[in-house]
Design a protein around this ligand. Structure first.
Ligand code: ADP
Ligand code: AMP
Length: 215
């Protein structure tokens, strides 16, 4: 099984992914997480990706598709995978279609999570992330029990470099220009299921659950 989470930055993809992978036993594949780890560890990939990421731009397709090809070949993906943040361009989607027969799977559904722009800005600028386990919080909508401390592992919470207002606006612009064309791409294949992401976290998950339970 292969499920894709599509939607603008801040739509709640990572937040929903946590529940989806737990409840449906899927491997989690987030290109953003893989790239951030590479940047932190200063690997050759991280050094190439850092500047694009900090400016709110996409990392070049050729780097990203290699990450995904390798990741989908890892054994935990054989049971099925949830893609978060990939594909983000039509070229990446075409690559995925071409790679899937080798990997022995096909796309079951593309969950399109849509949210109003003002809400996206509020969600992204208030997002906080655990520096140890990567768990996601929000200052207002999902605060940790103790200020700046992760509920799950006790790690320190930080604000992502690309979650500043200026970079958030750039990322939303990049989404409109480079990623939104994917909606039509997958609509034509009959794969899109729409999710109203404006609801609270549980309300969004309920919609996703009813889609996945009916696949
Ligand atoms: P994405 O992975 O799509 O960029 P996240 O899942 O990281 O988005 O969510 C962005 C921010 O919004 C996080 O701080 C998260 O806690 C918060 N958030 C996610 N879903 C909701 C929701 N339905 N209502 C309010 N806040 C949310
Ligand atoms: P995310 O964690 O999904 O918000 O991604 C953070 C950043 O990583 C993006 O703004 C891009 O710079 C980069 N990135 C993540 N996924 C991709 C992708 N599929 N293609 C290109 N760049 C990506």
């Amino acid at each position: 099984m292969l499920i894709i989470l599509l939607g603008p930055p801040g739509a709640g993809k990572g937040t929903q992914a946590e529940s989806i992978v737990k409840n449906y036993g899927l491997a989690y594949v987030s290109t953003g997480d893989i790239l951030r780890k590479a940047v932190k560890e200063e690997t050759p990939l991280g050094c190439k990706a850092r500047e694009n990421m900090n400016q709110g731009q996409l990392v070049p397709d050729n780097l990203v598709v290699e990450i995904v090809r390798e990741r989908l070949m890892e054994p935990d993906c054989f049971k099925g995978a949830l893609l978060d943040g990939f594909p983000r361009t039509v070229d990446q989607a075409v690559f995925l279609d071409q790679a899937l027969p080798d990997i022995g799977t096909k796309i079951d559904s593309v969950l399109l999570i849509e949210v109003e722009e003002d809400e996206l800005i509020e969600r992204l600028t208030g997002r906080r992330v655990c520096s140890d386990c990567g768990a996601n919080y929000h200052l207002k909508f999902k605060p940790p029990k103790v200020r700046n401390v992760c509920d799950q592992c006790g790690g320190d919470l930080y604000q992502r470099d690309d979650d500043t207002l200026e970079t958030v606006k750039e990322r939303l612009d990049v989404y409109k220009k480079q990623t939104e064309p994917l909606i039509k791409f997958y609509q034509e294949k009959g794969l899109i299921s729409e999710v109203n992401g404006n609801k609270d976290i549980n309300g969004v998950y309920e919609q996703i659950k009813s889609i996945l339970d009916n696949l």
